[in-house]
Design a protein around this ligand. Structure first.
Ligand code: KG4
Ligand code: ZN
Length: 338
């Protein structure tokens, strides 16, 4: 692959509840990564409201782009490539980013490239970092839980996946049941720090259809049953203990399968990607258990959850691979990454 020097990619991400624009040099060096979070606007509804998300993106996108350019000390004319999230995500939200990116690429007469958001999460590991494929990647976000062998840039083999809920989805649903609110993952992570993770024994994610797959709906149901049982019997519920015990059950399943897959492929490096990669217990447990055999990489916290730097990075590598989009680029809510 012929790398390009002093090549500026402008990344745009609007797949869910973060409007983000980033300027990345040579695919890996972040010059700016502006993230406008809509969490406050959605929190009172207990989750992301798609219509509100689209409107917020529309209001924010120009301003966030200006901020990203200013922070990077560049102008529109310095941009060599426009990369934008094409999917998966909320269709109305994606449409704002894709339309804006198309307008920008057309006006600047610069190439455009549509990026898969989940592939973007994997590439977040390359930012400000010099490691390269091959490696094993655990991809855990709000909608995806995959074990992926990354043979090379853009060359993937899925070794395991969830057969029902995604890991992040389980965190969000259990947080709601515990009355912790939205977004669930960080709130469970925080509550769990004050709890006893061996207080309640929830089943670890039962594996189905092949030993490297995950199933998280069983743990979620076990938590809901536990809460109902305690309430019906008038027994106390220690939210911190439930959060810690649930988190342990999820983390154990993730770590177990990740180590198994890494051994099968005999990789040297394990990387983690997606919002759940921000989980402190997962970071600690995987690092500890893998330490003797593997080098474990997590993106910095800000690059675990949604951001445009990872989209710019992926766009750069896809561009080097010869991929191009044109003015017919269309967002897809269910775009498959692998
Ligand atoms: O990757 P992401 O920002 O968006 C998607 O592409 O889905 O992931 C969001 C998910 C949510 O389910 C959120 O609860 C979870 O990542 N998450 C966490 C943590 N921070 C975010 N889950 C567990 N622990 C965390 N600290
Ligand atoms: Zn994401």
């Amino acid at each position: 692959m012929a790398f390009k020097e002093n090549f500026i990619t402008l990344g745009i991400e609007t797949s869910c509840d973060e409007t983000s624009v980033s300027v990345v040099k040579d695919g890996r060096k972040i010059l700016s990564n502006t993230i406008f979070s809509q969490i406050k606007q959605h929190a009172k509804y207990g989750g992301v409201v798609p219509e509100i998300a689209s409107r917020q993106h529309l209001e924010a996108i120009s301003h966030v782009t200006q901020m990203a350019l200013e922070e990077a000390s560049i102008g529109f004319d310095d941009v060599d490539l426009v990369a934008v999230t094409q999917g998966p995500g909320l269709i109305g939200a994606l449409l704002v980013g894709v339309s804006y990116a198309k307008g920008l690429a057309y006006a600047l007469n610069k190439p455009l490239i549509g990026v898969n958001h989940i592939e973007g999460h994997i590439f977040a590991n390359f930012l400000e970092n010099d490691f390269t494929p091959p490696f094993l990647c655990l991809v855990v976000s709000g909608g995806h839980s995959h074990l992926v062998y990354v043979k090379d840039y853009g060359d993937y083999e899925v070794m395991g996946r969830t057969v029902d809920d995604a890991a992040g989805e389980a965190f969000d649903k259990v947080a709601r049941a515990l009355g912790l609110g939205y977004p669930g993952g960080p709130l469970i992570d925080k509550a769990a720090k004050e709890g006893n993770e061996t207080a309640i024994s929830f089943p670890i994610a039962q594996l189905k259809n092949g030993e490297l797959n995950f199933s998280f709906s069983g743990i979620k149901t076990a938590v809901l049953n536990y809460l109902n049982h305690q309430r019906q019997k008038g027994l106390s519920i220690i939210i911190e203990d439930v959060a810690a015990s649930f988190q342990k059950a999820v983390v154990d399943a993730l770590v177990e399968n990740t180590l198994k897959a890494a051994k099968v492929k005999k990789v040297k490096t394990i990387a983690v990607a997606g919002g759940v990669a921000a989980n402190s217990r997962l970071r600690q447990e995987l690092t500890e258990r893998a330490a003797s055999e593997f080098d474990v990489k997590f993106p910095p916290m800000i690059l675990c959850t949604d951001n445009a730097a990872m989209i710019a990075c992926t766009g750069y590598y896809r561009y080097l691979m010869g991929d191009r989009s044109d003015m017919t680029l269309t967002p897809y809510a269910t775009l498959k990454p692998f």
